[in-house]
Design a protein. Structure first.
Length: 136
């Protein structure tokens, strides 16, 4: 390339790079996430030391280099709190042989566990699905 051509193309190359440099400077990095402990434990959350329960599953979350590693564990409860005994006939208000989601609302424990018990997703529970819950 000749000196004249260089004199002509060099300023054009610099001008072409200016928007890229300006864009690189204007890109804002996201603010790092900050976590803090839960200060007020909700009434429905029961505290249990991790050492008292059996760890049923554990997984490590991928972290960017330089950040603390995160491990998520599920721990089996060391005891169960709640009213897990029901009178099927008393809850089956309409007498159709099933406990609907609406009928289950009178028992908070059953209402909380309704989706887990309703495996066919019918919106109602049969006596057989509640075998471990029924009063003798």
């Amino acid at each position: 390339m000749t000196a004249t051509a260089l004199r002509f193309f060099l300023p054009l190359a610099i001008v072409a790079l200016l928007p890229t440099a300006a864009t690189a400077q204007s890109i804002q990095r996201p603010t790092p996430a900050i976590s803090s402990p839960l200060l007020d434990t909700p009434v429905s959350v029961r505290e249990q030391p991790l050492s008292t329960g059996k760890v049923t599953h554990s997984v490590q979350i991928q972290s960017p280099p330089g950040q603390a590693q995160v491990t998520v564990r599920s721990v089996q409860a060391d005891n169960v709190v709640g009213n897990y005994r029901i009178d099927f006939a008393a809850l089956d208000v309409n007498g159709d042989g099933f406990i609907s989601r609406e009928e289950a609302q009178v028992n908070p424990a059953l209402a909380d566990e309704f989706n887990a018990l309703d495996t066919p997703r019918r919106g109602k529970l049969a006596r057989e699905q509640l075998a471990g819950w029924l009063l003798p």
